[in-house]
Design a protein around this ligand. Structure first.
Ligand code: ACM
Ligand code: ZN
Length: 765
């Protein structure tokens, strides 16, 4: 529905209060500061005259190309009559622009970049109609909130071609991102030609094998095939120029001291042991890192020399994350550096290492940025911090007066899952749907204006362990990147509902014309599971329900009826709890008119569905589940997606008490747990069962303990206790978590996570 705005100021007020009505008229994303629609529209014909006076050369070329390519309009540059005119402004906010569409179009801008932003906005306002290209008369005034609006790309785990990298940059520039963080080196491949050290690419750019599927799978399998590639310095210059023309700065990352196995494969003498090792085909964290001796530092400074020559960016990223200190502890050379420099420990040694790079970059007129681990052992004087392990590192750095880019895993890791469907392609883990990205704010609420001034902006990271090709990269990036652009650009971000409307109406169609393989997760209904009499109800709630026509089928209707399934409405199912030890599994298909393919759910009916525990140990607020998560018919799957397992982080026993309602014979108790040691999630030590007639006097069941073992088909590991105990009504399940993570494993000596899911108590009267 369309409304005519009465007054521009009213529009502004509506934008400021984040209301959803009428604003769908503004098709621009990220949403501009002011959008005021006027009466009427203009039509652009086959030709458009543009003034040449204040039109930067680069913009002229780009504008002409886009007008032809996207709208078939020929651009004629003239100093006189103009349909479209450009005006350079002074004394306005950084990167400010305005667009006035009346009979003619007038663009005012403060910088070349903002002239580019104006044109991006203008193109988003243009719509092709039968008579020509339509432009609604309006006034737009706009400028960005944050100066660092970043997208990152890891080209080490998987390699992307020059053309693919360019397409990534091109697309991000449409959404006014201005920083491309190019993760060029890591354990699994060195991707930048360094003339002084040719083996970095001749050896370090290739691995012999790559792990198949999720790296926590057991046993691991590998594809034995040479994999790799790198960018020559000429190619890098070409990409840097390509980005510059789109007002995108490339911040290169050279990882140190960790994530350096590819470099150490090429030059083993740079490690602590000097042992020759391959370029690994496995993901994760490796103990072998650069030795902190002078030779390694000089090597990295030499590498940086060539990097500085290629990349004009103010900031240079030196990594700094996930550097185990195992080898440094055992290395005489490292220990000597510690002693000679009066350092306390290996953390201070890392700080010393980063400090040396900071000094080096500062002397060359550049600035160092690194992941938040560079705070450990003391932050280097000029360093900026990229906060990825939550907001905390960024908060601490800003409080110390250092610049910060917020990129917390919770909101900004686009290698996480974006829907809860089991059909989602394998990802590293985590769950970061579109609305979560939209809710991101790089500046903590309680920051003072002075502290806030240190927040440069935010960035999403695309780690590519599980992103094997470019089409998949786009799937993980879009539309989440557009949601992020709102957060980083908008002075006052409108509501999520408003954003979604504009996204659906204007931007998904645009992405389609560009053949971007974006995710349709925003159209997936949310599955809500409710307790119901003698069972459960499952309700599928769609986004913007009026558009939806959900239907449900099962693969086996006969079995469905036997299992007590009833389709109550087209979006609601009822399941009557099964009796005895039966288990029925279902597959549902749901469709609606926005989805290109139906989506698929799996569900299991068993004898405990919908039964709440009488009492339970409170889970961690990070993975709380709900009252019936452990008996909702949805089994936790692998790889875990951050929502279907109930998580605990404690050494004390986890206790669940169930009331079976009547005095029963309990045949068997089963519980599943997850193992993902890379994420610090460990199997419990064991579990025990106690039974009671009255919920007061408890009797342990003889089978004293039970270990967890891999179950067939379902995710996780299952442990079962066979009992055959008669005349009990209450069952107490006691899960004993592992107390500490063993040495040598990720998170050693910390309390591990314990993740539980479906509990089944097989019982009869
Ligand atoms: C990181 O994700 N290790 C920075
Ligand atoms: Zn060493």
């Amino acid at each position: 529905m369309r409304f005519n705005y009465l007054k521009g100021c009213l529009v502004l007020v509506l934008i400021l209060i984040g209301t959803t009505i009428s604003l769908s008229q503004c098709p621009i994303l990220p949403t501009p500061t002011i959008y005021q629609e006027n009466k009427g529209a203009i039509l652009l014909g086959e030709e458009i005259s543009v003034n040449s006076n204040d039109l930067p050369d680069n913009i002229r070329t780009m504008l002409s190309r886009r007008l032809t390519e996207e709208f078939g309009i020929r651009m004629v540059v003239t100093p006189k009559s103009q349909k479209l005119s450009f005006h350079k402004l002074e004394n306005v906010p950084q990167d400010f622009y305005s667009i006035n569409v009346d009979e003619n179009i007038r663009i005012s801008y403060s910088s070349e970049a903002s002239c580019f932003y104006a044109i991006n906005s203008l193109f988003q306002m243009m719509s092709r109609e039968e008579q020509g290209v339509n432009l609604i008369k309006c006034f737009v005034s706009d400028h960005p909130k944050y100066q660092w609006r970043g997208l990152h790309l890891d080209v080490s785990r998987h390699f992307f071609t020059v053309d693919e990298v360019k397409r990534y940059i091109d697309l991000m520039s449409y959404y006014k991102f201005n920083t491309f963080h190019w993760h060029l080196t890591d354990d699994q491949g060195w991707r930048i030609e360094i003339k002084k050290y040719p083996k970095l690419t001749s050896v370090g750019a290739y691995r012999d094998s790559t792990v198949i599927g999720h790296y926590n799978r057991s046993p691991r399998e590998y594809e034995v095939k040479k994999y790799g590639g790198f960018y020559t310095q000429e190619e890098i210059k070409d990409i840097v120029l390509y980005a510059k023309k789109r007002y995108v700065t490339i911040v290169p990352e050279i990882e140190m001291p960790g994530h350096s196995r590819a470099a150490l494969a090429a030059y083993p003498e740079l490690s602590c042991t000097g042992e020759t090792q391959n370029v690994p085909g496995l993901w994760g964290i490796f103990d072998d890192i650069y030795c902190s001796k002078e030779e390694s530092i000089r090597f990295l400074q030499d590498v940086l020399d060539e990097v500085l020559f290629l990349f004009p960016s103010e900031y240079i990223h030196i990594g700094g994350d996930e550097a185990p200190k195992t080898k440094w502890k055992e290395c005489e050379k490292c220990q000597k550096v510690i002693a000679q420099n009066g350092l306390k420990d290996e953390h201070e040694l890392q700080s010393y290492f980063i400090h040396r790079m900071d000094e080096y970059l500062t002397a060359k007129g550049r600035k160092l940025i690194g992941w938040d681990e560079i705070l450990e052992g003391g932050l280097s004087p000029n360093a900026a911090v990229m906060s990825w392990r939550g907001f905390e590192g960024g908060i601490e750095a800003a409080k110390q007066g250092h610049y910060v880019v917020m990129s917390p895993g919770s909101h900004c890791y686009f290698d996480h899952y974006q829907s809860t469907l089991s059909t989602e392609p394998v990802a590293i883990g985590g769950y970061t749907p579109l609305n979560k990205v939209y809710a991101f704010d790089p500046t903590p609420e309680d920051f003072s204006p002075a502290e806030a001034s240190y927040v440069l902006g935010g960035q999403a990271n695309l780690w590519t362990e599980y992103i094997p090709d470019f089409s998949h990269l786009e799937y993980m990036t879009y539309p989440r990147a557009i949601a992020l652009s709102q957060t980083l650009w908008c002075t006052k971000k409108p509501s999520y509902e408003f954003f979604k409307e504009v996204l659906i109406n204007h931007h998904l169609p645009f992405l389609k014309t560009k053949e971007v393989n974006y995710s349709e997760a925003l159209f997936y209904p949310v599955m809500q599971i409710f307790e119901a009499e003698n069972g459960l109800k499952i309700h599928f709630k769609g986004e913007g329900e009026y558009r939806y026509d959900l239907y449900v089928t099962t693969t086996d209707p006969a079995k469905a009826l036997k299992g007590g399934m009833v389709v109550e409405k087209k979006d609601t199912l009822y399941f009557e709890r099964l009796k005895g030890s039966d288990i029925h599994e279902y597959t549902f298909k749901l469709s609606n008119d926005l989805l290109t393919q139906p989506i698929i759910y799996h569900w299991t009916n068993h004898s405990m569905i919908g039964i709440k525990p009488l009492q339970k140990t409170t889970p961690s607020p990070q993975y709380p589940g709900n009252e019936i998560s452990l008996s909702d018919g949805v089994f936790g799957a692998e790889p875990w997606k951050g929502y279907e397992w109930v998580g605990y982080r404690q050494s004390e026993p986890l206790i669940y008490i169930y009331d079976l309602g009547k005095s029963s014979v309990v045949e068997k108790v089963q519980i599943s747990a997850l193992e993902d040691e890379g994420s610090w999630i460990h199997l419990p030590q064991n579990f025990l069962v106690e039974v009671s007639k009255n919920n007061k006097k408890w009797k342990p069941v003889k089978s004293t303990s039970s270990v967890f073992s891999k179950s067939s088909g379902k995710g996780g590991f299952t442990s079962g206790i066979l009992m055959n105990v008669k005349k009990v009504r209450y069952v107490k399940i006691v899960v004993q978590p592992k107390e500490r993570i063993e040495g040598g494993k990720p998170g050693a000596n910390n309390i591990p996570w314990t993740f539980l899911d479906e509990i089944r108590i097989i019982h009869r009267l």
